[in-house]
Design a binder for this molecule. Structure first.
Ligand code: ATP
Length: 340
């Protein structure tokens, strides 16, 4: 369990002080893949680096399994840091050393014998899928392969925790997905707790179970990834989520609309049921679906539809439309009227 209690970190350069992290508190359960998301400059990196005290907090506490490690220095700090591996956006490999030596170096620093190193490095390279690259230099590797070396190095000393600082931001989409899969596998197979920061909600969605949202140095919202996507509380979070779900309609679709345009959210099994055809039959309204998708987040379905409802010109048409919208409201997670 990692606990951050009321962490604040400020940087002063020349006469300017930047309050990078402001009163941030988090509990991260062991075995979890925990995400921290926010736009550039939100303070994510600084908060992540507080966990292994690369960025010692000005105030607040860092607890690892209930032990306060905030004030540790020297050998005691180095011992704690062995329990926390880290990977970086730009990999931070030693360019003049081979893949084998990059990984071996970490083991050497931790005091492992030659024998232990010669057994452990091939095991690690196998785990990250680089058995055939032991003698290659970083310059000979693709971005994804470099990050695999970074991961092998970070988990070499059997850490409890792996900190990931924008681990896929320098990679293309496909490679990024493969690296996230590898991190997931490491979490499941080795039980290592992962804390990952990203500016992309899509990365968080793929791999994390819980997420904290940061804005201007503060944690503004925290919860299960599914819940944050389904019902974000803060406007800032809602915008991040909407951007990821990509529900923008082309302008021409919303010009000269006749009827009521709804955004409807279905959760869990409801996302797979044909509610709208039932509504059309029951209330005699027309339904035109303009946009829709079902996302699966941690294997739970989240359905989103943008639909235009309209009524005929009969006397009770308008009231039937009202009843239809109310029925949808009662049978789905959330209904937003985009245009009436
Ligand atoms: N060593 C430093 N010295 C001075 N200012 C810093 C330092 N490190 C970070 N900052 C400032 O603190 C704020 C938070 O930076 P941080 O890197 O934690 O944000 P971030 O959310 O990780 O963003 P990014 O993804 O762009 O790195 C920014 O305004 C940044 O300029």
């Amino acid at each position: 369990m990692i606990e951050l209690q009321d962490i604040s970190i400020a940087f002063t350069a020349k006469d300017r002080t930047v309050r990078a992290v402001r009163n941030a508190s988090l509990s991260i359960a062991s075995g979890q893949i925990f995400g921290i998301v926010g736009t550039s400059g939100a303070g994510k990196s600084t908060l992540l680096r507080a966990i292994n005290l690369l960025e010692p907090p000005d105030s607040g506490l860092v607890l690892l399994d209930g032990r306060d490690i905030t004030g540790l220095k020297g050998a005691a700090l180095r011992r704690e840091r062995q329990k926390i591996g880290m990977i970086f956006q730009h990999f931070n490999l030693m360019l003049t050393r081979t893949v084998y030596d990059n990984v071996a170096f970490t083991l050497h620093i931790a005091g492992k014998s030659r024998q232990e190193i010669s057994e452990r490095v091939p095991e690690l390279l196998g785990l990250v899928g680089l058995s055939d690259k032991a003698d290659a230099y970083p310059a000979q590797l693709s971005g994804g392969q470099k990050q695999r070396v970074g991961i092998a190095r970070a988990i070499a000393n059997h850490p409890q925790v792996l900190l990931c600082d924008e681990p896929t931001s320098a990679l293309d989409l496909e490679t990024s997905a493969a690296i996230l899969e590898l991190l997931k596998e490491i979490n499941e197979r080795l039980g290592i707790t992962i804390v990952l920061i990203s500016h992309e909600m899509s990365v968080i969605k793929k791999i994390c179970t819980r997420v904290a949202v940061m804005n201007a140095g503060q944690i503004i919202e925290e919860g299960e990834v599914y819940d944050i996507f389904a019902t974000p509380r803060e406007e800032f979070t809602r915008q991040l989520v909407e951007h990821t779900l990509n529900l923008d309609l082309p302008a021409r679709l919303t010009e000269d609309l006749r009827g009521t345009l709804l955004k409807i959210l279905f959760l869990g099994e409801r996302a797979e049921q044909p509610l709208l055809s039932e509504v059309a039959l029951r209330f005699g309204v027309s339904i035109n679906i303009l946009h829709g998708k079902i996302e699966y987040i941690n294997s739970r379905a989240l359905g989103i539809l943008v639909a235009l409802l309209d009524h005929d010109r009969s006397e009770d048409g308008a009231s039937r439309l009202g009843e239809a919208i109310e029925f949808i409201r009662q049978n789905t997670a959330h209904v937003e009227v985009l245009h009436a």
